[in-house]
Ligand binder design. Sequence first.
Ligand code: CA
Length: 425
Amino acid sequence: MTDATHDPSLKSWVETANDPKCDFAVQNLPFGVFSTAISPIERIGTAIGDQIVDLSVLVDEGLLSGVVNIFDQSSLNAFMAMGPTSWKDIRTRLSALLSGTDPALRDNAALCDRAFVGQDDATLHLPIQVTEFTDFYASREHATNVGRMFRDPDKALMPNWLHMPVGYNGRASTIVVSGTDIIRPSGQVKLPNADAPVFQASAKLDIELEMGAIVGTPNAMGSRISPDEAEEMIFGYVLLNDWSARDIQIWEYQPLGPFQAKAFATTISPWVVTSDALAPFQTNGPKQDPAPLPYLRQDGLRNVDLNLEVTIQTETQANATVISRTNFKHMYWSAAQQLAHHAVSGCAMRTGDLFGSGTISGPTADSCGCLLELTWNGRDPLDLGGGITRTFIEDGDTLTLHGWCQGKGYRVGFGSAVGTIRPAI
Ligand code: CA
């Protein structure tokens, strides 16, 4: 549901927010955790234009009435636990203060001095304390490509795939914020013609372009939630790069699924864009046929029209090259359906649970969300110009995900999720 905070004509007195290419228009108002060299205590802020507004300062000044100061904390978890009514109240207040319909912040220069920090002057931290991480596999195009590559091209989808959002429980301990270097993992690799595995650094290191959904409010163990209720529980979304070691994965994954191949690192973007902010960009998902079982049925607009882009930059190149462009709207299973499925056995979901959408691949060859598909498992190297090609990621390469919803003259963007690969230990 949209309200005055989504009005496309709304502008901010923070001028940089009105740049049509800026991710952080006044319609966005994402939440993150930051610190500065002068004030190293981690606290919560909202991105607006090229600035961060320190919400702990606004609470102390009485500008966000009705909340005790949960914005002086180093994660969003306490705020998320307050629930959807509080999320909406804070969004409405911030929209008024930053658009200037309430001039209390704009007209107080001394307060602005204390409340605003340039994004270039801040360090961004992991925005949530991740309680658990679950990774799904919800792109039909991705699952079909992988099935064609490694199983039967005529029966690319597993028999369960069209009936449930398939997923596995991953690791919360190695979720890191954008900008964190990633060490190339080592593990067991069995080469196709070898009799036995060897222990070595992964030679098929890959990305997975995903969106991460964050559970804001919990459900009790033994309870069940509908997709509509699940949608209310999701606080917001981040970009998520689920780094994957394909050569380790192919040897270890049967029968219980990926383990070490995906346990070493997952990068997320620092700003959590709320479900509220995405409301104007809701769109139809692909037709679900066969119809899902009743507990998974979701009527209406279940997907989000969200542009996604992946770039790679090698150590010797001055510029990054776009290697994929796609859109989150292609996903077969929605985040709400994934959450409803996750809880259906009686599994309790908690504030701070993160779940990955699964690799987001579109219908065309250049809209795939991982190198495994983009290079067809190394068969078709990518040309990065200047004589440089890539099949999988090499040491020193920097991979960046970008994502944004395009409004009329403004963007609700996610910033970026960046990681550079360092050599194996
Ligand atoms: Ca994944």
